[in-house]
Design a binder for this molecule. Structure first.
Ligand SMILES: Cc1cc2nc3c(=O)[nH]c(=O)nc-3n(C[C@H](O)[C@H](O)[C@H](O)COP(=O)(O)OP(=O)(O)OC[C@H]3O[C@@H](n4cnc5c(N)ncnc54)[C@H](O)[C@@H]3O)c2cc1C
Length: 448
């Protein structure tokens, strides 16, 4: 269902499709998608796609597309409860960088279609958020803008998404996820609480598929955060010089193959959710008052969810039909829902505002994926809130960006002498990387 007269993908992403990814992708083997757990190998375990195909699809189509899509106004204004008390222990923010704080949007910066009772035009030029982290709070919610939009609460999160209490809008484009200096006791206590109390520590070796999936999703997002930290690191605090920190990548990710595998797994899980909700996402109205931008947004969403290369190479990235089977299914689902709500509540304890913003967004993105994949009943797709769709697509973009960065940094670490962590042998990334210009790390960039 591709609308006529809309620009093609290459136009929309500025011709950014890398030639090295243009080789035809092998069709997946029919009947292959049994989603059996495999050991470390070519196939992403618990999924239906191999690493090479994921890299090829991501580098060739999905990453360039998502990179442009999340810069569009429709996907930039995220509604979030930022000023919240930690329900579990006293808040002890340990973030020392200015980059920790989030810039909120002022009233006139948020598209009126996002607001309760608003019309579909944007004030002025749409504008940018001010640098003041204590910018005016906009607590309004949308009631129109997207067709079929709902204000229902997401059952997998602790926050009540149907309420506008304490919610602010944040422009994600000017609050990028990067190194913030949040670490030490405060940060490790969060991860410790997530893994020890709410996750299942057996990880990949857990024989219960549902628990294993649950653990892998959290670990995959954790890996993704670490990749972004390594990629956008403050090399020299005094000079404010940012760049890649390969040591962080090597020590936190490359040395732990399972973490990287979980990143691939999480990407495929969220991709499956986005494509399963294809009809809903494709028919939504991405109206912000900028007709050209909005038309491009709609076209990009369609390119994403009905992508022919994706459908050919990896038609079912994850098979949710394998889950919740047997007598224990309902009890297990209730248990995991409760654990995930707990994890979402723990986000209120993250002592760094920007980390909390991205933590909340990514947890809502996972919750939205689970809502799409695990909703019971008629087989009809659940209606989604605007904010859920924003979280879903931004999470997918974050994971896609992480995979892209891992390809580059993994190859660089390999060149420096380590084995490919996924196969224990030849680097699966090296061919793609060496064919293009991606074999050099980006130069250290100066950020004002
Ligand atoms: C929700 C959230 C968002 C954050 N966002 C940012 C951010 O945007 N920028 C920033 O600079 N910092 C951020 N942080 C902090 C960051 O995640 C680390 O905690 C920090 O960089 C310290 O890292 P570390 O090496 O000590 O280990 P941590 O990443 O704190 O990990 C703690 C422990 O968890 C285990 N572990 C690590 N990775 C994985 C994995 N992938 N799977 C399973 N187990 C694992 C290890 O045993 C490790 O010792 C965030 C923290 C949280 C909780």
């Amino acid at each position: 269902m591709v609308q006529p007269n809309l620009p093609g993908l290459e136009t929309l992403i500025g011709g950014a499709i890398s030639p090295q990814f243009e080789e035809p992708i092998q069709e997946s083997t029919p009947g292959f998608c049994a989603c059996q757990a495999t050991t470390v190998g070519e196939t992403v375990s618990d999924c239906c796609c191999d690493y090479q195909t994921v890299n090829s699809l991501n580098g060739g189509v999905l990453h360039p597309l998502l990179h442009v899509l999340v810069k569009k106004p429709s996907f930039s204004y995220f509604k979030v409860k930022l000023w919240c008390d930690c329900p579990f222990w006293p808040d002890d923010g340990m973030c020392h960088l200015r980059d920790c704080s989030v810039c909120e949007c002022t009233e006139d910066e948020v598209p009126l279609t996002f607001k309760k009772g608003g019309d579909s035009s944007l004030g002025d030029e749409g504008g940018q958020c001010t640098e003041d982290p204590k910018g005016v709070v906009d607590r309004t919610l949308e009631t129109k803008g997207f067709q079929g939009w709902t204000e229902n609460d997401n059952p997998w999160t602790a926050d009540d998404e149907s309420s506008d209490e304490d919610m602010v809008y944040v422009d994600l484009r000017i609050n990028p996820e990067k190194y913030t200096g949040y670490k030490g006791v405060s940060a490790s206590r969060i991860w410790e609480a997530i893994y020890s109390e709410n996750c299942f520590q057996e990880g990949l070796s857990d024989t219960c598929t549902e628990r294993r999936v649950f653990y892998r999703l959290i670990s995959g997002v954790h890996t993704s955060i670490a990749v972004h930290i390594a990629k956008h690191y403050l090399i020299d605090e005094e000079a404010e010089t940012w760049g890649t920190n390969l040591d962080i990548y090597r020590e936190r990710i490359h040395a732990y193959p399972e973490r990287l595998q979980n990143l691939y797994f999480t990407f495929l899980f969220v991709l499956r959710a986005a494509t399963k909700a294809a009809d809903f996402l494709a028919s939504a109205e991405y109206s912000t008052g900028f007709p050209v931008e909005d038309a491009e947004t709609a076209a990009l969403v369609q390119q994403l969810v009905y992508n022919e290369r994706l459908m050919q190479a990896c038609p079912v990235p994850f098979d949710e039909a394998q889950l919740w089977k047997g007598d224990e299914g309902p009890a297990l689902r209730a248990q995991l829902t409760s654990h995930f709500r707990n994890i979402s509540a723990i986000m209120d304890c993250v002592g760094c505002e920007k980390c909390r913003l991205w933590g909340k967004l990514q947890i809502l993105g996972l919750a939205t994926s689970m809502k799409i994949l695990f909703s019971e009943g008629t087989g009809k797709q659940p209606a989604l809130q605007r904010n859920e769709v924003i979280a879903l697509i931004n999470l997918l973009a974050r994971l896609s960006e992480s995979l892209d960065s891992a390809v580059v940094m993994g190859a660089e670490v390999h060149r420096a002498g380590s084995q490919n962590p996924l196969t224990g042998g030849a680097p699966i990334f090296s061919e793609q990387v060496s064919q293009g210009n991606r074999n050099t790390l980006p130069d250290v960039e100066a950020v004002s």
